[in-house]
Design a protein around this ligand. Structure first.
Ligand code: NIG
Ligand code: FE
Length: 375
């Protein structure tokens, strides 16, 4: 194996400190040494960071990349004043069902590459635009070729053919569809919101997934406060995502539990909703993650730097908090301790920024600052 030294790092972002004039060595994909550039050991290969900042690769824990089609028109009408509604998902379902495996995989592969070019080294991918047993299972089998972090979201919305039989659809999601999806999934998720699934249905669905050995995640608090956040905490979900609308008791529940609050600023940006209040969550001691929620409806960005810039500008996060949420926070939301932080023994998932500090991610919004991605 080849040990690689990165030296002349202007600023290295470690979990408990920001080290100037740093170096690190990685070997077989794992970080083996961290220290001052002046005392760096020899290695087989060398990368000269030339004073640049090195950060952990971004951990983007929320994406809906298994889809076909496009909703440009919906975006245009939203920008002209129309409200976002959960029902828009159904038009992507029609296009996804009609697409071949090759189309679905090449579309998702393209978005994963786009994410990586912007510094994302771990991505979670959900199903949820198939909504038949066959289409959910194939979405997950294809997603598995791109990431181990796959999430079964048969409970995204009720498909039209079940509009008059919601209970029947919940039975399918927790029965035959779960059987077909589970071998390809690590997680189960449910969209708990008006227009999608209520708290009782969400409980039934997540409980069935947990019984099958899947970890729980949840979409809640996107369009209004509901009992979804409380349920996520009660079931020990790894993460509850959106959290735009939270009651005081939701904050208390999150602070008392172990569920990460994952904020998705791309959604508020492209649905013209108020941004979630990250400050309120951080002040209460809640672990916060940031993710893109890349999907053709509510948030068609694949850029974690963009989400960081918005979180700093509009959600009350400091640049250091936003970076932590986009890296270590994401790792916590996936219950992983091998990614998201630069530490000996962790995966060498690293981003060399074309900037002297990670603060530039927010200070220079929209500028491509990723010089090199490792891992
Ligand atoms: O996370 N909220 C539910 N699912 C997606 C939206 C999907 C869509 O509009 O197609 C989200 O925002
Ligand atoms: Fe989502």
């Amino acid at each position: 194996m080849t040990a690689t030294l990165i030296d002349n790092i202007g600023l290295l972002v470690e979990p408990e400190r920001e080290r100037p004039n740093a170096a690190l060595v990685y070997d077989a994909g794992l970080i083996s040494w961290i220290g001052d550039s002046s005392s760096a050991p020899a290695a087989d290969a060398r990368i000269d960071a030339d004073g640049r900042c090195v950060i952990p690769g971004f951990v983007d824990t929320h994406s809906h990349l298994m889809f076909a089609g496009d909703r440009t028109d919906e975006f245009v009408s939203r920008m002209a004043g129309r409200k976002y509604e959960a029902g828009g998902i159904r038009s992507t379902v029609t296009a996804t069902r009609a697409a071949s495996d090759e189309e679905l995989l090449s579309n998702a592969t393209r978005f994963v590459a786009e994410m990586r070019a912007q510094g994302t080294t771990t991505v979670e991918i959900k199903s949820g635009y198939g909504l038949t047993t066959l289409d959910e299972a194939r979405s997950l089998a294809l997603a598995r070729r791109l990431t181990p972090e796959t999430t079964y979201l048969g409970a995204h919305v009720v498909p039209l053919e079940y509009a008059d039989d919601v209970a029947g659809y919940v039975e399918l999601v927790t029965g035959a569809m779960l059987d077909a999806a589970a071998p390809h999934a690590k997680w189960i998720d449910v969209f708990c919101e008006a227009g999608a699934f209520d708290v009782d249905q969400a409980r039934t669905i997540l409980t069935a997934g947990i019984a099958r050995g899947l970890g729980a995640r949840m979409h809640a608090g996107q369009l209004g406060a509901s009992g979804g956040v409380r349920l996520a905490v009660e079931l020990g979900a790894a993460s509850v995502d959106h959290c735009t609308f939270l009651s005081e008791s939701d904050i208390d529940d999150l602070a008392a539990g172990s569920t990460v609050a994952t904020l998705l600023p791309g959604v508020e940006f492209s649905t013209r909703q108020p941004y979630p209040d990250a400050r309120r969550l951080l002040a209460a001691g809640v672990t916060v993650a940031l993710a893109c929620d890349c999907n053709p409806g509510s948030s068609f960005t694949s850029s974690m730097p963009f989400c960081i810039a918005v979180a700093v500008r509009d959600m009350g996060m400091t640049p250091a908090e936003a970076l932590r949420a986009a890296t270590a926070g994401g790792a916590a939301a996936l219950q992983r301790d091998d990614i998201g932080t630069i530490a000996v023994g962790n995966r060498a998932d690293l981003v060399i920024l074309d900037a002297p500090s990670y603060v530039h991610l927010a200070y220079r919004p929209g500028v491509p600052l990723v010089s090199r991605v490792i891992g």
